[in-house]
Write a protein that binds this ligand. Structure first.
Ligand SMILES: NC(=O)c1ccc[n+]([C@@H]2O[C@H](COP(=O)([O-])OP(=O)(O)OC[C@H]3O[C@@H](n4cnc5c(N)ncnc54)[C@H](OP(=O)(O)O)[C@@H]3O)[C@@H](O)[C@H]2O)c1
Length: 257
């Protein structure tokens, strides 16, 4: 019988969208726990540079390494060469994968959603997560240890304020998660997703004022406030440290359904 191994220190975590609110919080959390990091950004290099500066400024993490990578989630070739570059820089493929980078133009009603917007949203959110998981699972299988935590959304469960294009891309992640969880559990790989709603301090929901008077109004959230990126990172870390939990989609929504 395999012993429980929930050690995060010394592992390599690949976090996409580390230039955004949730990715940044996950990076800080995993770094604090002793993981090395491969962080991606698309347009906002300054945010990821500032994050690296923050993490390395006291020089007390000598055993850990950070690399940063520009990549567009819509580019399959870009994702493949990013993963090769991660392996080159760290001498290994990731043990922990957090497919977090995401996009969702707010178009609530199906009649207003152009076909190319549907295709693009699925490409950025879902196809990229498939490419990333496909690239990381062989190394995880070889080492008999892996953690994959997709950042999905309440929309994948039918809630949220966006349209069906975004919902489909996130529900697809949950379906893929459940399949991968079953197929790879025996190899020490857990696969779960965190489904947030209304997380502030992010590009998606910059602050409470942004949603006042809309279907996303804070008044409609049962706990009476937006969630924080740190609260998403808390759940991500719990999943990284809990190898007995796999195949789960965890709604993190302040009580919204
Ligand atoms: N905030 C919420 O309430 C909420 C709720 C449910 C789900 N989520 C999910 O949480 C994840 C993180 O979002 P966030 O809330 O932290 O928002 P955010 O601050 O806007 O971060 C989005 C991140 O995704 C990256 N990204 C977007 N399009 C990309 C592309 N084509 N290629 C590569 N990277 C791309 C951005 O990179 P650059 O900025 O460098 O371009 C940024 O790092 C997303 O998947 C989102 O769907 C958020």
């Amino acid at each position: 019988m395999a012993a429980a191994d929930n050690t995060v220190a010394g592992r390599l975590a690949l976090i996409t969208g580390a230039s955004g609110g949730i990715g940044r919080a996950c990076a800080i959390e995993l770094w604090g726990e002793g993981a090395s990091l491969a962080l991606t950004y698309n347009r906002n290099k300054a945010a990821v540079d500032e994050l690296v500066q923050l993490l390395t400024k006291d020089g007390s993490h000598a055993a850990q390494k950070i690399s940063t990578h520009q990549v567009d989630m819509a580019s399959a070739d870009g994702l493949t060469s990013m993963m090769a570059n991660v392996e080159e820089q760290h001498g290994r493929t990731p043990d922990i994968l957090i497919p977090n980078a995401g996009y969702g133009k707010r178009i609530p009603m199906i009649n207003d959603i152009p076909l190319d917007e549907f295709d693009y949203t699925l490409t950025v959110n879902l196809r990229s997560a498939f490419i990333l998981a496909k690239g990381c699972i062989p190394g995880m299988t070889e080492r008999k240890w892996g953690r994959i935590v997709f950042i999905s959304s309440i929309s994948g469960q039918g809630g949220g304020i966006n349209g069906c294009h975004y919902a489909a891309s996130k529900a697809g992640m949950t379906g893929m998660m459940k399949n991968l969880a079953r197929k790879h559990a025996a190899d020490g790989i857990t696969v779960n997703d965190v489904a947030p709603a209304m997380i502030g301090d992010t590009g998606m929901i910059p602050d409470a004022k942004y949603v006042a008077g809309t279907p996303g109004d804070v008044k409609n959230i049962p706990v009476g406030r937006l969630g924080t990126p740190q609260e998403v990172a808390n759940v991500v870390m719990m999943l990284c440290k809990t190898g007995y939990m796999t195949g789960q989609s965890i709604l993190l929504s302040g009580g919204l359904q």
